[in-house]
Write a protein that binds this ligand. Sequence first.
Ligand code: MUC
Ligand code: MG
Length: 369
Amino acid sequence: MIQAIETILADIPTVRAHKLSVATMQSQTLVLVRIRCRDGIEGWGEATTIGGLNYGDESPESIKVNIDTHIAPLLLGMTADNVAACMARVRKVIQGNRFAKCAIETALMDAQGKRLGVPVSDLLGGRLRDALPVAWTLASGDTRKDIAEAEAMLEQRRHRIFKLKIGARSVEDDVRHVLAIKKALGDAVSIRVDVNMAWSELEAQQGIAALQAGGIDLIEQPVRSEQSAALARLSRRFTVPMMADEALKGPLSALSLVGEAAASVFAIKIAQSGGLVPARLAADIAQLAGVSLYGGTMLEGAVGTAASAHLFSTFDDLSFGTELFGPLLLTQEILAEPLVYRDFMLQVPTGPGLGIQVDMDRLDALRRR
Ligand code: MUC
Ligand code: MG
């Protein structure tokens, strides 16, 4: 039986400023959910977002208040070992709030996995891989610093896929920045860009033509999420693949994006999809339609990253890898044993549930009071 649901906010400085077209992050606010059950088992979930309300329509504070006030009371007293029944109840009466729902579903699955002695990847159908390729985002805002950072990552064998955040400067400046990095790092690495919706269709035509000619591998969400027709036109016009990110808000949007042939790659994110099961459905729709998969992040800490890793390990196609580097962007660890990154890959935890242990002393020192 579900006995207690607690929502915890923790502000953690990032290792450097992380500049997106929609926000500059100096710190990240982890939104963690802890569900305690009467059998003594507890589960953890995460609903972290980026830049308050700059990126999505749920803020850390709104997620906490909505879980505490509206979602937790629906679940208290319910049987904890039927995750589907719990989530059906939440999804029936709670509109929107996909991040909050994701944290709740993750925590219930973590608890259920521990109860059954199996990893969450087993509850999601079973893993096809034990390690996932992990991209790093170069977003210091400075071309030379980004090159030095990428070289250090290559040297440490941490990352060889780099995503560049663009869209805050002029198209010409952004193209110059990206191509300088591509030239410095050479063809052994994959360079991709994320525009975070900053371009008009005409700017996108101009920018993508130059990026495609310069050998860039992937263009993420160049135009606004509502403009799926423009994304579809860009997909037809260029051979470099377009990836949908902000436009993908769960299975229904996956269905309409594949119907419009808007993108040839989907960035699957568990929180944007509204949970692990809806994210799995969105990925299935993509696969059925021949759309390739990429494992995305909302720059979550270790809990959301581990949960995402369990899901992505079940994907048949993961041709564009993942970007599950969130914990590496943070200056503080909240796990007793950190997630393992080695040889350009994140190792998917193998223990029951999420296979991680939150260090309560560390988290208590960081949490908002
Ligand atoms: C996004 O839009 O993809 C993922 C990696 C990163 O640096 O920012 C996020 C959000
Ligand atoms: Mg993105």
